[in-house]
Design a protein around this ligand. Sequence first.
Ligand code: OFO
Length: 167
Amino acid sequence: MLHDTISNALNEQIGLEGQSSHTYLTMAVWAETQGFDGVAEFLYAHSEEERQHMLKLMRFVNERGGVAQVPTVQAGATDYVGLKEVFESILAHETKVTECINNVVDLCLQAKDYTTHNFMQWYVSEQIEEEALARKILDKLALAGDDHGAMYLFDRDIVTFGAADQA
Ligand code: OFO
């Protein structure tokens, strides 16, 4: 049975993962309508990944005797100056998600809930990859600069950037 503190923290995390999925979806629509088809594909796939992160938490809460809350998501930004702004905001968002996950882990230790602590380790590792991927993409965007040819290649290749990490 989940302690109330842990159940509430996990439900907050469910909300955040749902918000992540929604945010990536909004960004995907922006990218697709700006002609960045590769970036859009990357973001649609990432939105789906975030939904899976949310569902994994929901199923865990329900299995452990809690009740998962289906989150209400907020409308986010629908317009961006460019790809740099999109990925800077992704990095800022993922950094915040990492902090929240670390807080859940901390609460688990305080409550001596080692089962949830163990479950959360998957999210701890996932966040290392997510932040690293956002930084890698920002580095590549900086290399491409204002060169249209380089941006064309960036858009074509972005779907492969996280492939090695996810293998
Ligand atoms: Fe769920 O990893 Fe990003 O937010």
